[in-house]
Design a protein around this ligand. Structure first.
Ligand code: ATP
Ligand code: MG
Length: 365
């Protein structure tokens, strides 16, 4: 890698040579002179390389190379034979990222029952997600963009980790049928049931905190206390809020939003998380403060620029990639090192190879 970058500097004239004249006397006492060339200045690079990534940092030293350091997209891309996947310009350096393996979409099939003891979720497309580090998930996207399919995939993944799941389906669509498998205290579709279920989740959070307080250990969390994850899954926040038509229903919606707020702000250490899906995000769905506390945010399908900004805020990319595949979109994960949302393809579910209910029943006793 070092040699490659050195030849890059030479081939692209990113250095200057100078010479000095050296004099000496030879054996016959005659003065000899010789020009000796040396590199007087050059562009400076640092790099990071792993199996999956190459990152080049083009350092800006306020010299004649500084202006060029931000314009190396094509030249570096040609050097590595890889597409530039991400670029970040800062006052002191410009960062170029190249993916060595192009990310692959995960394909979901029916499987043997597995118990997964890892906290990490492989979401495919090179994304691995840890709720204990980046709590809570938001999935937005227009109708048919793949939100419910993605939720099905996640539900199975939650169950593999023995998570406790609670489902609110105000649109009364497929997920509400899970009442039959999970019980009516865990699956809700009417306003009052939703209030009851979300209150239960908050109570679970409070009781975990109480128990953790009684067995206080510095720096501990739900994992060290032996709890598994607890997820409140909300498929269609917009539809739910649309229920607030009169005084009474407004009160219930506000009550539920209060529970969601508590979980978002306090849930992490107790292992209590929310997964919120919404067709449209606006300042009323979740205010930007709460949104910024959702660690993983995915916008599926093609959205308007405003739609993306509501989901990603300042992490909205300047150039939105073309989104054509079903279940594709943009993904932003806090702490991933990338400050803009990236192109992402959600796990592909082939109905011929994956039956959600068949899979689900393997995990409920
Ligand atoms: N990841 C995926 N893999 C395979 N097919 C998908 C995927 N995502 C979406 N689809 C296809 O698109 C259809 C619609 O997806 P889905 O029901 O998840 O949309 P939605 O975003 O929940 O829509 P709505 O807002 O109307 O509920 C699915 O029935 C499926 O055929
Ligand atoms: Mg849906």
């Amino acid at each position: 890698m070092r040699d490659l970058l050195l030849s890059f500097i030479t081939n692209n004239n990113l250095f200057k040579e100078d010479f000095e004249v050296v004099q000496w006397k030879d054996g016959d006492n005659n003065i000899q002179k010789e020009k000796r060339y040396y590199v007087s200045s050059s562009a400076e690079f640092k790099y990071f390389i792993s199996n999956s990534k190459i990152i080049v940092y083009a350092i800006k030293n306020a010299d004649i190379y500084t202006a060029t350091q931000t314009k190396l997209d094509e030249a570096l891309s040609a050097l590595f034979g890889l597409e530039l996947s991400y670029k970040k310009d800062t006052p002191s350096y410009c960062e170029y990222h190249f993916d060595r393996v192009s990310p692959e979409r995960k394909v979901v099939k029916n499987n043997e029952r597995i118990i997964n003891k890892t906290v990490e979720y492989d979401l495919g497309y090179g994304v691995s997600y840890r709720p204990d580090k980046v709590p809570h998930v938001l999935i937005s996207g227009g109708t048919g963009s793949g939100k419910s399919v993605f939720i099905e995939f996640l539900i199975i993944e939650f169950l593999k980790r023995k998570a406790d799941i609670f489902i609110c389906d105000p649109k009364n669509s497929d997920l509400s049928q899970l009442e039959f498998y999970l019980g009516s205290d865990k699956v809700a579709s009417s306003l009052n049931q939703i209030a009851k279920v979300s209150r239960l989740v908050v109570e679970e959070m409070e009781s975990r905190y109480q128990a953790m307080k009684e067995n206080f250990e510095y720096g501990s969390n739900y994992i060290t206390h032996g709890y598994s994850e607890c997820w409140l899954i909300f498929d269609e926040m917009g539809a739910f809020q649309g229920n607030a038509t009169d005084k009474k229903s407004k009160e219930v919606v506000n009550e539920v939003m209060g529970y969601i707020r508590q979980i978002i702000l306090k849930g992490r250490a107790a292992g209590v998380f929310v997964l919120v899906a919404s067709q449209q995000m606006n300042a009323n769905t979740l205010n930007t403060d709460l949104r910024d506390n959702l660690g993983l945010r995915i916008a599926l399908g093609a959205n308007s620029g405003e739609g993306y900004r509501m989901v990603f805020g300042s992490a909205t990319p300047d150039n939105i990639p073309v989104i054509e595949e079903k279940g594709a979109g943009l993904l932003f994960m806090q702490g991933s090192g990338q400050d803009k949302a990236q192109y992402y393809e959600a796990p592909f579910i082939d109905r011929d190879q994956f039956d959600f209910i068949e899979e689900l029943t393997k995990y409920i006793d």
